[in-house]
Design a binder for this molecule. Structure first.
Ligand code: ZN
Length: 126
């Protein structure tokens, strides 16, 4: 058993981010994707959750423009192609230009407001 298999889910998730990757889990019992990472499957209660690396491709499910400190930024729910949904931001494009159904790509970036890397998305079509 690898060390990662016994580490708390948040720790393993952070290790993925530190190496520029997005980790998620697949339940061995019901085969559904699990995100945010956790100890028990939220679908069936199974405890055998296997780590996977996301390909980082997804589709915007919902999008909101948030104003803070005189700047605007995007908050979005993105459906990853592996079948899970995450709250994130779409960057490198004006927030109001983010559209439902838009294809996006993962980028792991360092947020100056936080001490840890964050998974954000950029438009897939340049
Ligand atoms: Zn399950």
């Amino acid at each position: 058993m690898s060390p990662a298999a016994t580490s708390p889910p948040a720790t393993v998730f952070r290790e993925f981010l530190d190496s520029g990757r997005l980790g998620f889990q697949i339940c061995a019992s019901c085969e559904q994707s699990v995100f945010y990472p956790r100890v028990l499957c939220p679908h069936c209660g199974g405890q055998d959750l296997r780590w996977r690396e996301s390909a980082g491709t997804g589709t915007v499910y919902s999008t909101t423009t948030v104003c803070r400190r005189n700047e605007t930024y995007n908050v979005a729910l993105v459906d990853l192609d592996e079948g899970f949904r995450m709250m994130t931001r779409v960057e490198d494009t004006p927030p109001e230009d983010v559209r439902i159904g838009m294809r996006v790509l993962l980028q792991v970036r360092h947020d100056p407001d936080r001490s840890e890397p964050v998974a954000v998305f950029v438009p897939a079509e340049a």
